[in-house]
Design a protein. Sequence first.
Length: 423
Amino acid sequence: MKVFKFGGASVKDADAVKNVLRILQLYKGKKLGVVISAMGKTTNAMESIVDALWKREESLFNDLVEERRQFHLDIMGELFSSPENTIYNQINTQFDELMVKFNDPIPDNYDFEYDQIVSLGEVISTKIVTAYIQQEGVEAKWMDARKLIRTDRQYRQAEVHWEKTTAIFQERFLPEFNDNHVLITQGFVGHTSEGFSATLGREGSDFSAGIIAYCCNADDVTIWKDVPGMLNADPKWFDNTVKLEQISFKEAIELSYYGASVIHPKTIKPLQNKKIPLYVKSFIEPESEGTIIQESTASDHLVPSFIFKMNQLLFSFTPKDFSFLVEKNLSHIFDLLSKSNAKINIMQNSALDFSILVDAEKVSIDRILELFSDDYRVKFNEGLELVTIRHYDQATIDRVTVDKEILLQQKTRETARLVVKQK
């Protein structure tokens, strides 16, 4: 069995869905577990629907639901030979049920309501794709991830119950291959013991593929992207990128930890635990080699990788009484940072100063100043970049610091991290 994952860009319109069929046909005769995301920018649209519902903006809510309905109907019009296809009733029913939700009592828990609604994007997408490939003669079945992946009740960041989930896949998923070559399910979503939808975090569809592969002891996983494989840098920020032909699970985990966006950070660990190879391949050129992520570390050092985080804020905290920074001070600082919901990208301390780097759009400067002003002098710099280089040398550092001032740097044997600003 192979596991495939197709993201939103892979099914953004009718031509993209037809391309998914072409890729599946390249693996005729293979057992395929296929994870599919919501179509195009549907997840963002569904989030807007949740917000309109929560704020009781009925007209906006109705308009957004109808816009999403029409978006999917337009795609279906190009996929299905007859408007009498039962898929039309299925999809219209999903949107009719969503529309009447405005009249239901709203739960107190926003995250709960978010998961029940936003996950419908994946449900609708997978129903359309399944119906289309069935129409084209593929033996396929739609499978409901909301009955397969068991999670806790931590809505929007649900944790997987691995033992229960493995048992469910062994009992309910794998036997379906007796009558089908392709089983299609949703990314990003699972279910609680009560049967409520619970999502695994934004961009969690990659993780879903990893969960399925782990639970079913798959031969391998392929994530289909609009890039030829894993690149050593984001082309948006870096010229002359190089494709990484082969890297280890360890290297992929390090890259995702530091912010590489190709693979969801949680995806790799379950695959590493069972030594299941992960391929990153292009849905534009599906027969090209792509990148393979596997156990061996032999190739990790061959190509340096660059990860850029833009729009960074650097804070420095100095105790007003000029006491040395010891464990007691640091504990107090971390407590205050927790209250400000600050997620630290890098930190460094000296005898008198403690510095952190955070994403500017995720914190409030005023809130941090308010929390720290009684006990600390606070300085901050805006408009910075964080550059992480894996397998660096001086030439790679020189390359990314042209016309830039280095405000902070940290180096280990394999990784250099630089906080820089334009001169």
